[in-house]
Design a protein around this ligand. Structure first.
Ligand SMILES: [Zn+2]
Length: 191
């Protein structure tokens, strides 16, 4: 009888140990933070958004391809670091936002988290992804993707906000409709 009790106790102990071993990884996972710490956005209250978008519109007018432009601004100083237009006639990936990012990337001591990108059009999935990978936390655009489609421009139909929502490692503010009328006017009748 005593031996049977001992064997029973040993089996019980074995089962308890086994359960603990199986449960251990779950407990470890539960201790991991489930929410990424929010990045504190830089202060851009002093930026003149309309004036900066007008620079992007100027870039769009200078374009030798589609009338789409972008500028990248340092939110701490308000200084325009670069402006660019669509150069997709040279390379199909050279949308204005990509050209602007590439120009900034060639500079020294770039603090991407302090930058703001202005684009005359809603960034496409390629451009918004590039903006996220660059670590630029704020975007302003004029014309919506829907308007581009209505004007006959082919678009991969995923909105900038939808791309941003899926990049869970990053937080990015996206503001649409800045000087929308002026940005739309660049596109009307182009195609
Ligand atoms: Zn694009």
């Amino acid at each position: 009888m005593g031996i049977l009790t001992l064997i029973f106790a040993a089996i019980l102990l074995f089962i308890v140990l086994l359960n603990n071993a199986a449960a251990a990884p779950i407990r470890t996972m539960a201790m991991l933070p489930t929410v990424m710490p929010a990045q504190s956005p830089s202060n851009s209250s002093t930026l003149d958004h309309e004036q900066l978008m007008r620079h992007a519109i100027r870039e769009a007018r200078l374009s030798r391809n589609y009338p789409m432009g972008a500028v990248i601004v340092d939110s701490l100083t308000g200084k325009i670091l670069t402006g660019a237009a669509n150069d997709a006639h040279l390379d199909p990936t050279l949308h204005a936002e990509i050209v602007a990012i590439q120009k900034v990337a060639r500079k020294q001591n770039v603090y991407w988290k302090d930058l703001v990108l202005y684009s005359t059009v809603e960034p496409c999935p390629m451009c918004l992804s590039a903006i996220i990978w660059a670590g630029i936390p704020r975007v302003y655009f004029g014309s919506s993707m829907l308007f581009l489609q209505q004007q006959g421009f082919s678009q991969i139909d995923i909105r900038a906000a939808d791309i941003a929502a899926r990049a869970t490692f990053s937080t990015i503010e996206i503001h649409g409709g800045l000087l929308q009328k002026e940005c739309n006017a660049l596109l009307i009748g182009y195609k």
